[in-house]
Structure formats: structure tokens, C-alpha cells
Design a protein. Sequence first.
Length: 226
Amino acid sequence: MPHPPTDPHLLEHAALRTLFPALLGIERTLQERLSRSLQWVQVPREAVLFAAGDVCQGFPLLVAGEVQVMRSTPDGHEIELYRIRPGESCIVSTSCLLGEAAYPARGQALSDVVLAVLPHDLFDALIASHAPFRRYVFGRFAERLAQMMQRVEDVAFRSLTRRIAALMLSIPEGHLDITHEKLAAQIGASREAVSRALKKLEDAGCIRLTRGRIDTADPTRLQAEA
């Protein structure tokens, strides 16, 4: 499970400075606290970083890898809320820290992950006294919230075939290596409904289906479906 990386120079980490410039220019006392208490964590692909009901211990700063945040539905399905990439923030963690609440979702590594964790007390201190960090946290929170509102709108008002067609058109490679179950979680639908929508798109000549893979067959027809 998590273990510290080999680099002991926490604030000298070039990737951290580049990805999170809001941590630069901190007044000396806070910077000393940051140097002492910032916690580095490495987790392997598919490891769970947090689960529903866990207490949030700090604010994660993702330096490498990708994290998927999922929410389980009462009928046992899982829905992807969003993904976190280097330089981005986790609004579930932010809301848990600000509201002192437990995690309502699960975070899982989609690849090997390296991150630094700001302890709760230091997160509070930076929010209160360092304006660039405060703007970063609430700015990212607002951006992610807007994305999730768009996702809710898509799920509520766009047909499943249109959403899958739009997803395929957004992939430059023209193919997606994914199971029906994982695609269902990613776009917020049941696996059965996704399988039916994929079959409809295949029958229309838009895509080709093979085991664990979806290929674009006719971009023009796919565009028409989208």
C-alpha cells in the first residue's frame, strides 16, 4: 500500500511547483510547516485511495497518474463522477475537508499514482491566509461543479446512443479499449442499456465491436448520431 517516494525534497519537487503554482510565495512560517508536514504517497494502478465512509485526512495534490472518483447507486451500479489528472483537484476531498464530512464516494487509481497530501490543519491555514491557494481551491471547485452539472444534463436529456457517439468522436485515436461495464460506469448508465446502444450503433454502421474494444467505423454516420 502507500509508501513514500524516494525524493525527500518535498517543496523542491519540480513537478509540484509546476503543477501547483498556488503553493509558491507562501509566507515563511507556513512554508516551514509545509516542508515539515507535506506527505508524499505512491499507490499502484487499481489501488483504492479512499472509500465511501472514510474520513478525509488531507487535501491531495496529484503529481502523476490518474484517479477515478466513483459513486455507487442503490441498485449496485457504479457511476463515474469525474477523473483527476495532475494539477487538478478533487472536489469530493475539498467538500469533505470544508464540511468535516466522510467521503460519499470512492477514489481509485487508474494508473500508478504519485501525490502529495496537505494535512487538514495546514489546508485550513492556507485557505485562510494564502490568497493564491484559496483562489485555486475554490476556482477548481467551481469548474468541476460546472462539469458535473453538464454531466447531469447529459444523463437526463441526451439519449445514450448520442452520448456514446459523442464520446467516440472525442477520441483522436478512433478506438476505445473498454468493457461494456466500465463504459456504463463512465457515462452513467446500466451495462445492459449500454450494450443495447452499442449494438444499435454497430447495426447503423457507426462503430465496430470486438471483445473489450470499440472502433469508429464511419465518422460521418457517427457524427449524424451525435
